[in-house]
Structures are given as C-alpha cells and as structure tokens.
Design a protein around this ligand. Sequence first.
Ligand SMILES: Cc1cc2nc3c(=O)[nH]c(=O)nc-3n(C[C@H](O)[C@H](O)[C@H](O)COP(=O)(O)OP(=O)(O)OC[C@H]3O[C@@H](n4cnc5c(N)ncnc54)[C@H](O)[C@@H]3O)c2cc1C
Length: 346
Amino acid sequence: MSDARHHVIIGSGVAGNQAAETLRARDPDSRITMVTVSRLPFFNRYDLPRVFRGERDWRRFVIYPAEYYRRNRIALRRATKVVAVDSINQTLTLQHKETIHFDTLLVASGARSYLPEELSEYRPLLLGFGAFHEAVQVAETLPKRGHVIMLGGDTIGLDLARTLIELRHRVTLLADDYTFWPHEVSEADRPRYIAALRNMGFEVIEAKERGSLAAVSQGAPGLPARRLVFKDGSELHGDVVMPFFGNVPILDFMIGSGVDIERGLLVRPDLRTTHENIYAAGDNCQIWTDSVRRYCFYHGWKNVRAMGELAARNITGANEAWTPQHDESLRLTADGKILSPFWEYQ
Ligand SMILES: Cc1cc2nc3c(=O)[nH]c(=O)nc-3n(C[C@H](O)[C@H](O)[C@H](O)COP(=O)(O)OP(=O)(O)OC[C@H]3O[C@@H](n4cnc5c(N)ncnc54)[C@H](O)[C@@H]3O)c2cc1C
C-alpha cells in the first residue's frame, strides 16, 4: 500500500465510522477524511427513545468525542455537504464549491425516512423521528399520557412505540403495507403479528378497513392537536402524528457520477461499486446476492457495521465477500410479542 493514499468517506454513521476505524488500523500512514452533512458528531440513534425518558442532552448520545478523531488522524468535516462525485477524476465536490481528490472513496451516506407522495401535502402536520432535534420536538409536543398516531409502522416506529407505551402514552397504529418494514410478513402470518402488537398495548387500525386515509388536519379548539379523516367518513384524533414508512437511500450526489444505481448503489459482494476505487456500505447500498440472483439491501446495526468493516478491509487489500450477520426474520416471543433483530445493537 502507498503511504500517501487518501481514503475519503462520505457519511459519519455506523458504516462510515466502522470503516474509518478499520482503515486506520490497516493503513496507518494513509490520510482519512470523513465528510458529513450532520452538525452533531456520530451519535447513537438506536437510543433516541431515551429522549422520551427525559434525556435531552445530545452529548449523552455521542459515541466518539472529538479527541477520538484527532488521536486516530481522521479529518472529520461536519456540516459539510457533498453535492457531486466525479468518478473519472476521482473527486468529490462540496456544497461550498471545494473539490476533494480521493484515491479511494467509501459512500456511506445512509438513508432518509420515506413519505409516500399522497401524504406530502400534510408534511407540516407530521412529526419526524430521524434526527436528534426531531425526537426532542416530539417529546416536547406530546402531553403527559398523550396520544401518538403512527402511520405505517416500520421497525423504527414500532421500537419507539414500545417505549411510549411503557411510559403510558397511547399509541394508535394505522397499519398498512409498510407495517413491520423491512421485514416481510406474509398475508397468512399478518393477523398473528397484528395480534401481537395489540398484546403489546398498541391500538391497531387496519387502514384499508376504513377505506384508507383521506386527510390530516389541525384539531378543532378543545380537541387534540391533530385530526385524521378516513375515506369511510370516520375520524381519529391524536396529539401527534408520526410517519414510519421505511427509508430510501441518500444518493442525490451520486447521480451523474457514472456509478450504477438501482434504488441503492449497486455493489459486488466485496462492496465495490461499478467503479474500481469507489465502495459503498450501509443503508445506501444493494449487495449482489448470488443465492437469490439479485441485489439486496441488508438492514440492522450488525449488518451495517459489518459492511463498514468489510469495505475498509477490501479497500486495504483484502478480497473478502459479504455474509449477512443475522437472520432478518421477525420473531414472535413465547409471551405473544414481536421481536425484531433490528432492535439489537451494542
Ligand atoms: C431514530 C432512528 C432510530 C433507529 N433505530 C434503529 C433500530 O433500532 N434498529 C435498526 O436496525 N436501525 C435503526 N435505525 C436505522 C439505523 O440508524 C440505520 O440503519 C443506520 O444508522 C445506517 O447506518 P449508515 O452508516 O448506513 O447511515 P447513517 O447512520 O444514516 O449515516 C449516514 C451519514 O451520511 C451523511 N450524509 C448523507 N448525505 C450526505 C451528503 N450529501 N454529504 C455529506 N454527508 C452526508 C449523514 O450526515 C450521516 O453522517 C434507526 C434510525 C433512526 C433515524
């Protein structure tokens, strides 16, 4: 390996940080630059439900202090957005027009929460849960024993709901095809899993039984802050409405880069994209999986971290193939609750 190699990582999440750690260990003399649009340092999203238990200081969620990056000679550039990647010249362009040259690039830009188009006009009336400040906003908006209406119900939402129910809030889930995402639950199994949610304290409404959602509006004076109207004319009132419809890879800056994209960046089993020096890891990539003959997403903390490590190993000379870190099936426990492997992290 050349001492002068410049490894650039886009993203400072689970995949990006694991990759940086592995790159530093295996290529001690290299330059490592990590670029992230986030203002906060790498923090633990999986623990965000703690905000509802009263923990509002973001510093308590931070995983690595600034000193960690200095000690490991990782140039961490926060609040810095990548807007384009040029695979021919091996450069990336930042929003403020600076250009950075890379010898190897790891794209670990993650994914953002998805909102179906038909709900986009109601966005100002919905509260998200993707960022620290959003979690704080929900916690501050929700009254004591307040009522949260969850739309969709992916595993991130269901995880949050477990905490809310434990804290004696009321949670109504408007269940649809996104419920349990990214798990795939068959039509035959669905009633058992929905029953398990009810057993866990959720109130569940199957959206299609009400002819689906027709409108979201502000509640009338004296009523809860939000009002949902269904196509069958029925209504539901709650304090907060939160969408949980899975996520979509963040790859705007890769459009026009010359690297193949389907929904995610397409990578070979060694996590290399269609460009020799560009790799991808985490929520933004689809890995070629020979057993099913297609490109697949792999989710969960263990998988995302392992992808960061594998990409870094292969960037530094290994030639190893991806193997999933766990069984992705949604489980039912003996006491009739659901248990997702995506809720496990260290
Ligand atoms: C609130 C919350 C709770 C979650 N809970 C769970 C859970 O319990 N279990 C589970 O399995 N998963 C959970 N997830 C999903 C989990 O966070 C992701 O699977 C994981 O973080 C993906 O890691 P990643 O490294 O691929 O991307 P991320 O951790 O999302 O990191 C992406 C990085 O890329 C940066 N970035 C993006 N675009 C640009 C750009 N243009 N320029 C520069 N930087 C950019 C971002 O700033 C960020 O630093 C949760 C997610 C959220 C939001």
